[in-house]
Design a protein around this ligand. Structure first.
Ligand SMILES: [Zn+2]
Ligand SMILES: [Zn+2]
Length: 119
């Protein structure tokens, strides 16, 4: 059976019966390169030749945004996750900074003029 573990992981075992599932070793090699951007050495091909042929066929695999390989997908996922966490954090901290600034102004006003000026 020429199965793609990545696709089974993503779509479930029933994916094997679909038309896009590879039916031969050659089809699996094409599938891995076109669908997952994973260079797969053909018969009589060195890894060096394989990489050169692969990059000529799929130049988009050199760019993080367009590469479909599992590594790049994980990197993009982590980056998006970090952005989703960091952005609300910076908003919260700037609100906190404003609150501290207002409190400081109130405090200074109290010391200098003997009463709050901002309320
Ligand atoms: Zn696949
Ligand atoms: Zn990649």
């Amino acid at each position: 059976m020429f199965k793609c573990d990545l696709c089974i992981l993503e779509h479930g075992a029933e994916w094997l019966d679909s038309a896009s599932a590879p039916k031969s070793e050659e089809e699996l090699a094409v599938h891995l390169e076109s669908e997952h951007h994973m260079p797969t050495a053909r018969q009589g091909e060195t890894m060096e030749e394989c990489k050169r042929r692969f990059l000529k066929l799929y130049p988009e695999a050199q760019i993080l945004e367009t590469c479909k390989c599992p590594d790049c997908r994980v990197i993009r996922l982590n980056r998006d996750l970090m952005r989703a966490i960091v952005r609300p954090m910076t908003i919260t901290s700037s609100i906190l900074l404003w609150l501290i600034a207002i409190l400081l102004v109130q405090l200074v006003a109290e010391c200098v003029w003997g009463g709050p000026v901002l309320s």
